[in-house]
Design a protein around this ligand. Structure first.
Ligand code: SF4
Length: 412
């Protein structure tokens, strides 16, 4: 989400004739886009912001902007703490900086947020719903990003069409809770309606969406993944914990069995689906037996990818106010290591089975002189050899080698 916000602002600043600077010392404008989902991220943002102070003192004309989740609904405290910051902008709120620049540059900045005509990345992100209404007990997002607010289908469709005209082939629709897209729009609008609309855009090859919530992933969305040819067979569905008591104290709103049933349903409706998940180990009061339920879920479901984290208290959340972070760090680390080593074996075995098969990849770039792309299941595939390949090409590749994290294939 932050990457998408930064890209949009960068486009707008380029439209005003500004250029990227390699050094914060030389830059006329420094924008710090912050993520505060974890305390360590906020600490890092504060450190970086503090380090900008001498630059501002040396050059008072320099504009310093603070953007993103660190800027909550009320920025009074931040203004006191960082008086040398010129503008504070909430996520997706670009106007304070653009207005300031319009004064300084004597330019009309209206309408400059939105895609340009310059070439863009082959695969890009498009935010479709901001904020979250769920209030999971460990999470700061609803307090910082606010309540859910969906963009309209025509607005998103226009943006995607313009992106496609700039060369974009794949889009990932973004929302903290992307499955609840449209509930605040008229006419029972559903994510499936948006997917269907975007599916009809010529020259767009692929559509993905992130991040799902088990309680909002309904049959219409699963059917859209199954029926719409541009929607990729790949879903990220966080379960966070395997034990029902822990799920309840996390305020996730589903049980272990309900989650398993949903996975069964998705797999029966979209047999070639790839699944990833997010989970937390060592949440408040998590016993070893309760952790085993998380481990068992990993072993039973066999996700393609798992994003795991050990719990740490986030100030201002429900868990911070009402619970105690009482699982020792050493136990959290043991649990995390066990999850990661178990998942590594599972990913190894899943990817190993792909050796010898053919898969379609969209070429996204080059790394260490090797072209790479992703297949519809979101697996990264590197091309073996030095074949002449075009950026943005869709190619059929035969998989020759695998690892838990990527595949290697050849075109011939
Ligand atoms: S659904 Fe996701 S973003 Fe919303 S509160 Fe829960 S963890 Fe945070």
């Amino acid at each position: 989400m932050n990457k998408a916000d930064s890209d949009r602002l960068e486009d707008a600043l380029e439209q005003l004739g500004l250029e990227n600077s390699a050094s914060r010392n030389e830059a006329d404008i420094v924008v710090l886009n912050t993520c505060v989902v974890r305390q360590s991220a906020e600490d890092k943002a504060v450190g970086t912001l503090t380090s900008l102070k001498p630059y501002k003192e040396a050059n008072p004309d320099k504009v310093i902007a603070l953007m993103g989740c660190m800027v909550g609904p009320n920025s009074d405290n931040l203004k006191k703490q960082f008086p040398y910051v010129d503008v504070f902008m909430r996520p997706q709120e670009y106007d304070p900086l653009l207005d300031l620049l319009s004064e300084r540059l004597q330019m009309d900045v209206s309408g400059c947020i939105g895609p340009l005509n310059a070439p863009a990345d082959i695969a890009t992100f498009v935010p479709i719903i901001h904020g979250c209404d769920k209030f999971c007990s460990f999470c700061i997002i609803p307090y910082r990003r606010g309540r859910e607010k969906s963009r309209t289908i025509p607005d998103i469709s226009n943006e995607v069409t313009r992106l496609v005209n700039r060369g974009v082939k794949e889009i990932t629709l973004l929302g903290q809770n992307v499955d609840s897209y449209g509930h605040d729009l008229p006419g029972n609008t559903n994510l499936a309606d948006l997917l269907s609309e975007l599916n009809s855009i010529d020259s767009l090859n692929r559509i993905r969406f992130l991040t799902s919530h088990p309680n909002d992933m309904d049959d219409r969305i699963i059917k859209a993944v199954s029926n719409l040819e541009k929607v990729c067979e790949n879903i990220n569905l966080p379960f966070q914990a395997g034990d029902d008591e822990i799920l309840k104290s996390m305020r996730r709103g589903y049980t272990n069995q309900e989650y398993r049933n949903l996975i069964d349903k998705i797999r029966s409706m979209v047999p070639n689906i790839s699944l990833s998940t997010d989970l937390i180990v060592g949440f408040c009061n998590e016993t070893d037996d309760q952790f085993q339920e998380t481990l068992k879920l990993i072993e039973d479901i066999k996700f393609d990818k798992v994003h795991s984290a050990s719990y740490s208290t986030r100030k201002g959340t429900i868990a911070d106010r009402k619970m105690i972070d009482n699982v020792p760090a050493s136990i959290k680390k043991e649990r995390l290591d066990l999850i990661n080593s178990t998942q590594e074996k599972i990913s190894t075995s899943i990817n190993n089975r792909l050796v010898g098969t053919k898969t379609e990849i969209l070429i996204e770039g080059k790394k260490d002189d090797k072209w790479y792309g992703r297949n519809r299941n979101d697996k990264i595939v590197f091309i073996n050899g030095n074949d002449d390949v075009d950026l943005g090409a869709t190619l059929n590749v035969q998989i020759k080698k695998s690892s838990p994290w990527y595949l290697v294939g050849s075109i011939n």
